[in-house]
Design a protein around this ligand. Structure first.
Ligand code: GLC
Ligand code: CA
Length: 543
């Protein structure tokens, strides 16, 4: 029996920036409800919501102060229940974000844990520091820079946080923590939620607190990245909870390798996100601008298709720069390269994840000033570079790559005020390109990225070969990508130009005969093709 997530496509919503319904400049649950028809029409059936729980917003929801209540900025528990039922009416299911590597420092557990005698003390990693408690207990650094430890006078001890100081790490050695998390899972699953995207789930178990090897980033990583007990814990959650529900789970597992990915997806979680493909544009020298590296892009896609039976396929999320400027060309070929990326995303084997705005080709900010940044990462990097006395311009340029606000700008619905996102002042400015890039315009255009998504989503739903087929790579020049999908005698050939130039095709492809199921250049069939035009993408049914 096929499971729902194997048949359908996930759409990620960053609630704060999706649709504001009451003019306070912050997206909310009623806003999402008002856009359910849009989502149904687009053809997605699963919505993953970035965290909507009570949160002081040090990391915009990824710091949770109460797992059983909804952030009042987003609405109430009643609104959330209404969202679940309104979605259900449209055949849509809701997946939540599960953030349990850490809580907020405003969570009751953490507040209580400052007292040495509290039963909550051991929910977190409280330790005495070195040198008479003057220095942190070890040399670990946080994912967002700086020491991973913060001293609290009242507690006369240090606590561990792999992210901001407002995100203290839970200590999963304590079986109580697991019990608490199971309560949270059941609470939402019983409400009719379809599952969880599990935040930094391959780092939750700290095997030891010994000093880490010296490296540029995240010192200490080798002591907590996908340890044996991490797998045990997830298997327990699976046995105790997940396996008893019709639900899906996907882990955010940065730095995961094939072996661990296979384990995570065997009676632990259903899928994992790897970031090799998304990060294939990064360069060895951190200050150099990232650049599309076609060979690496292709290699990582192929490798993961080969190594895992079922992938979470994704080019974007709320932490990443937009994919169109990374792997396409928004200036010269926005439509062609955007629809080419859509073709790849929706024809790989696995569950595709579309991030809000990706379906219309939203781009990064061009001129966001550091004073306007909201994201901790962007702000931290900017201030770090300034402290290192780098010129303002350079600091701004580098910080703007890392600034996660890029993918969090308000959704562009139309060409009206604030792109239709809000009637008030948006919490983050609307991207300046919204007159050209917005839903309404693309719905009315003959040719648009939106229409490509819609067409491809429909094609995928109707074509079992594209959904269930095996993946067979082909070896070609790095300028284009080509692969087969094979299922019960049906064969599909997907081919896409990864560049803005014309690409000559080799003999074996020129000789191929078949019916074009999808092309991002209208007209002209495939039969007499000798070249691929810029970013041209085709799906061909081979007879
Ligand atoms: C994940 C989230 C990111 C967050 C971090 C800490 O990487 O995607 O947004 O900042 O975890 O929770
Ligand atoms: Ca609002």
């Amino acid at each position: 029996m096929r499971r729902f997530f194997e048949e359908e496509v996930v759409y990620q919503i960053y609630p704060r920036s999706f649709q504001d319904s009451n003019g306070d400049g912050i997206g909310d649950l009623n806003g999402i409800i008002s856009r359910l028809d849009y989502l149904r029409e687009l053809g997605v059936k699963i919505l993953w919501l970035s965290p909507i729980y009570a949160s002081p917003n040090a990391d915009y929801g990824y710091d949770i102060s109460d797992y059983f209540s909804i952030n009042p900025e987003f609405g109430t528990m009643d609104d959330f229940e209404r969202l679940i039922s309104e979605a259900k009416k449209r055949g849509i299911r809701i997946v939540m974000d599960l953030v349990v590597n850490h809580t907020s420092n405003k969570h009751q557990w953490f507040i209580a844990s400052k007292n040495e005698n509290s039963p909550y003390r051991s929910y977190y990693y409280w330790r005495k520091g070195r040198k008479d408690n003057k220095l942190p207990p070890n040399n670990w650094t946080s994912n967002f820079g700086g020491s991973a430890w913060t001293y609290v006078e009242e507690a006369d001890a240090w606590y561990l946080h792999l992210f901001t100081p407002e995100q203290p790490d839970l200590d999963w050695h304590n079986p109580k923590v697991l019990e608490e998390v199971e309560k949270i899972l059941r609470f939402y699953l019983d409400k009719g939620v379809y599952g969880f995207r599990c935040d930094v789930i391959n780092q939750i178990y700290k095997e030891s607190l010994a000093d880490g090897k010296r490296r540029v980033r995240t010192i200490g990583l080798e002591h907590y990245l996908q340890k044996e007990n991490n797998h045990q814990i997830l298997h327990t959650l699976y046995e105790d909870v997940f396996s008893h529900y019709d639900c899906m789970t996907v882990g955010e597992t940065g730095g995961v390798d094939f072996k661990n990915a296979r384990r995570f997806t065997n009676e632990e979680l259903d899928m994992v996100f790897q970031f090799d493909t998304i990060n294939s544009d990064s360069r060895k020298i951190p200050l150099l601008a990232p650049k599309m590296q076609k060979k690496r892009f292709k290699r990582t896609l192929f490798a993961w298709q080969k190594e895992l039976d079922w992938n979470a396929v994704c080019f974007e999320n709320h932490d990443q720069r937009r994919s169109l400027p990374r792997f396409g060309n928004p200036k010269k070929y926005p439509y062609e390269s955007g629809s080419m990326l859509a073709t790849l995303l929706l024809t790989m084997r696995g569950t595709p994840f579309i991030y809000q705005g990706e379906e219309i080709g939203m781009t990064n900010y061009k001129n966001l000033k550091p004073e306007e940044y909201k994201d901790v990462v962007g702000l931290y990097i900017y201030s770090l570079l300034r402290k290192m006395h780098l010129p303002r311009k350079t600091s701004e340029r580098v910080a703007s790559y890392f600034n996660r606000d890029n993918a969090r700008s308000p959704m562009q619905w139309n060409g009206e005020i604030n792109a239709g996102f809000s009637t008030g002042v948006p919490w983050l400015p609307v991207n300046g390109d919204y007159q050209e890039v917005n839903v309404l315009k693309e719905q009315n255009d003959e040719e648009s990225i939106y229409k490509a998504y819609k067409t491809l989503l429909k094609l995928r739903r109707e074509d079992d070969v594209l959904r269930y087929g095996t993946f067979e790579e082909t070896r070609t020049k790095s300028s284009f990508i080509a692969y087969y999908r094979l299922y019960e005698g049906g064969l599909r050939f997907v081919i896409a130009n990864l560049t803005g130039h014309r690409v000559k095709l080799p003999q074996w492809i020129k000789r191929m005969r078949g019916e074009v199921l999808y092309s991002n250049y209208c007209g002209a069939g495939f039969l007499f093709k000798k070249v691929l035009r810029p970013y041209e993408a085709l799906i061909i049914k081979i007879r």
